[in-house]
Structure formats: structure tokens, C-alpha cells
Design a protein around this ligand. Structure first.
Ligand code: SF4
Length: 406
């Protein structure tokens, strides 16, 4: 059996021309492009839809999708596998699956990895994968298409640097998220380094209390069970800390965590020398969060956030929106069942719920302003479908082609 996996470069001009055409066909929306080119505002009858200035596919997601399509184009007959989901959007994942690309981790414990053959092609997703999984795949000798986003790899560089310097990486992220697991595996580096994953300010405050001697090690290990490296000993491994984050976290929260941790170490050590901080929120996430804050300055009646419910950056957009307006985090237009029935993802309960009341807030004959944004993994055609559904529910006459030529 071969023990190395060749990484493939599929981006030849011919392949990419074909790929672009198919990707556009699946995900593009001429309506959204037209609304965008006219300042992001669509007024139809009594209904105004405002789009955020930045939303939808980021460069990393576009690249990952392009490469998956390119892999199928270059290898029409070969078995193609994907490590998990290419991105967190069910509609996009359905398209990928329709290309005959199978999820390698679907079977319990990733058993399918053991049946890989050297002629198989394995695609690594935009958030990367854990070192242990990658090593198992490489050991099968199959060909690799690596779509890991460059911004994710920048985080890996930071945590590897921490490990080399004997610094424990504090990773602000969700322990179950693929990207955070991949980053944590780089910090662990086969037992050479340590990490602790913190999800939110409540967990950071617990960590701060531990650093200041106000919590026991036993309580600490119980509290963070599943979120630290194997062999982690809080009495030994919290001397020097380096903060990094999952690329899609809430920027304001990451900044607050930085403040609280550096302040705690100053209290403990009398200086901040044992604390390092790297801002590893990616540019696309920042832009979408900033564009939403700008959108929220408008006099909206409510906000719709469109995207996959397991998408981290989309969840944070919904969190930002909720602070100012009624906000509904929906997967697609089918969630807008009727004027009195709406399905949306409730962040507190972490599940889709059914709202059964007149949720449009304003009567149909009154002017209504709706803000709309979408996470980095949401294709534009889904936003188009949502807008068309909203107009339909409001009883607005809208003929797309005629509207923009009139
Ligand atoms: S959200 Fe950021 S890190 Fe994730 S794929 Fe997009 S650009 Fe890359």
C-alpha cells in the first residue's frame, strides 16, 4: 500500500471554464445581481427589501465548490469522496451529492476510509480536517483535492507557532465544529502541544476565575470536558496562553475574550508577557458582520437571515440581528409557509421552531421594510427565492424581467 497521497491541481483554464458555467447555473441569481447593482434596495408596491452590502458566498466557499465540481469534471468515472460536508449549506451539499461525491465520514467512525483505494479521489472541505483523519486518508494512497481555505490555514500557522513556543492555544470556537477540531488537532501536534476550546464569555469567565485561583482543577476539568487536549492538566498547561479563534466567530466577542484573558494574566502574573493574541477572524466574516450592522441602521420591520442552521458565521449574523430587530433565521423560502406560519431556527433552543401567528408585523396594505442577509455558505439563488416568496405572500405583483427594464 502506498503511504503518500498526491495533491492535485485541477484549475486548468478549460476545466475552470466548464466549472464556472455549471456553478453559475446552480447558484447564481440575476435578480440579486440587479438589486445589488441598484444599491441593494428593491421596492415593489408597499414592500421594500434591503440587502446587506456583503452577504452570501465568500472566496473560500466559492473556491471549495469550484474545486469539487472540477474534481468531478476531471475524474468523471472515478470514485469521489468528501471528508464530511464541503460547506454548511444543505442545498449546496445536495448538489455536491448529486455529482456522485460521497461523504466519507457518513459511516460510523469513518469506516469508509479503510476501504479507500489509491485510484480514489478525496476532497478536503473548506474548513479543513483533523490531522488524524488526514493521515489515515494519506495512508490509503488515494489522490487528494484540498479545498481548505487559506484563512483557516492561517489559524493553523498561529496555533502551530504556539505549540513550538510551549504556549497553550485557547481556541475561541465550537468544540464540535469541523474547523475548530481541525485547528485543535494542529495545536495538539501529536502530543507536543495543548489546547482549550472556549465557546463564549461565560466559559471565558470560568477560565478567568480558575486562572485567579477561584475554581478547583476538578471543577475545571468537568466544566471543559471534551474541549481540551488529551493529557491536559490545568495546573501545568495554563502558564502561557495564545488566543486564536475559529474564523467565523463573532468579532466583538473575540475582542472581549482577548481583553478578559489578558487582564486576568496581568492580575495573576503582574504583566501580560504570558499572553499572545492573534486575530484570526477571516475577512469575509468581518465584512458580513459589518455590513449587517450597517443594514440594521435602516428602519426595518424585521430581518431575515438565510443559511444552513449548522453554519457558524450565519448563526452569528442572526445573533447580531436579534439585538436590534425581530430576526428570523431561515434555511430557505419553504420556511415562509404562509402569512401565519413561519419556520425558523431559534438560537436559544438551538432548533427549528414553528411560529403560528401573523409574523409579518405590518398589515398587507401597510408599507413593510425587510432586511435580508445570508451567511458565507448561502448561494444567491436562495435569496432570490426568499424575496419572491415574500412578495408573493404580500400579494405584490412582480415580474422580474419587466421590472428591471421598465
Ligand atoms: S468563511 Fe472565511 S475562513 Fe470560512 S471559507 Fe469563507 S473566507 Fe474562508
Amino acid at each position: 500500500m502506498s503511504t503518500s497521497s498526491p495533491r492535485l491541481n485541477l484549475r486548468t483554464p478549460e476545466v475552470m471554464r466548464e466549472v464556472q458555467a455549471r456553478v453559475e447555473q446552480h447558484y447564481h441569481s440575476s435578480l440579486i445581481e440587479q438589486v445589488r447593482s441598484q444599491g441593494g434596495r428593491l421596492l415593489v408596491g408597499q414592500t421594500t427589501c434591503y440587502l446587506a452590502k456583503q452577504f452570501g458566498f465568500c472566496y473560500g466557499v466559492e473556491r471549495a465548490i469550484n474545486l469539487a465540481y472540477a474534481a468531478r469534471s476531471v475524474f468523471p468515472q472515478e470514485r469521489l469522496f468528501l471528508v464530511g460536508e464541503i460547506i454548511h449549506n444543505p442545498e449546496v451539499n445536495a448538489h455536491i451529492s448529486a455529482l456522485g461525491i460521497k461523504n466519507l465520514l457518513e459511516e460510523e467512525g469513518g469506516a469508509a476510509i479503510n476501504s479507500l483505494k489509491p485510484e480514489d479521489v478525496v476532497i478536503l472541505p473548506a474548513f479543513g480536517t483533523e490531522v488524524s483523519i488526514l493521515e489515515k486518508i494519506k495512508a490509503r494512497g488515494c489522490r487528494l483535492v484540498d479545498t481548505t481555505c487559506g484563512d483557516v490555514m492561517s489559524v493553523w500557522k498561529r496555533v502551530k507557532q504556539n505549540t513550538m513556543e510551549g504556549t497553550t492555544s485557547i481556541i475561541h470556537g465550537r468544540a464540535s465544529h469541523e474547523e475548530t477540531k481541525a485547528t485543535a488537532s494542529r495545536a495538539f501536534a501529536g502530543g507536543k502541544g495543548h489546547y482549550l476550546i472556549v465557546l463564549n464569555l461565560e466559559e471565558v469567565d470560568f477560565l478567568v476565575r480558575y486562572l485567579l485561583g477561584e475554581e478547583s482543577s476538578e471543577h475545571f476539568l468537568k466544566k471543559f470536558d471534551g474541549a481540551y487536549s488529551p493529557g491536559f492538566n490545568p495546573e501545568l498547561h495554563l502558564r502561557r496562553l495564545g488566543l486564536a479563534n475559529q474564523t467565523t466567530m463573532l468579532r466583538s466577542e473575540t475582542e472581549e475574550i482577548q481583553q478578559r484573558l489578558s487582564h486576568a494574566l496581568e492580575q495573576r502574573d503582574g504583566c501580560r508577557d504570558n499572553f499572545r493574541f492573534f486575530d484570526t477572524i477571516c475577512g469575509a466574516t468581518q465584512e458580513r458582520q459589518e455590513a449587517l450592522l450597517e443594514l440594521l441602521e435602516k428602519p426595518l420591520d424585521f430581518l431575515l437571515v438565510v443559511g444552513g442552521y449548522n453554519s457558524s458565521n450565519t448563526t452569528h449574523l442572526a445573533e447580531i440581528g436579534e439585538k436590534k430587530f425581530p430576526t428570523y433565521f431561515i434555511r430557505n423560502q419553504q420556511c415562509l409557509e404562509s402569512l401565519t406560519s413561519l419556520r425558523y431556527f431559534e438560537l436559544k433552543r438551538h432548533q427549528e421552531v414553528l411560529l403560528e401567528k401573523f409574523w409579518m408585523i405590518k398589515k398587507l396594505q401597510e408599507p413593510l421594510a425587510i432586511g435580508i442577509t445570508a451567511g458565507a455558505s448561502c448561494p444567491n439563488y436562495l435569496l432570490q427565492e426568499v424575496i419572491l416568496r415574500l412578495l408573493e405572500l404580500r400579494g405584490e405583483e412582480f415580474h422580474h424581467a419587466a421590472f428591471f427594464t421598465s
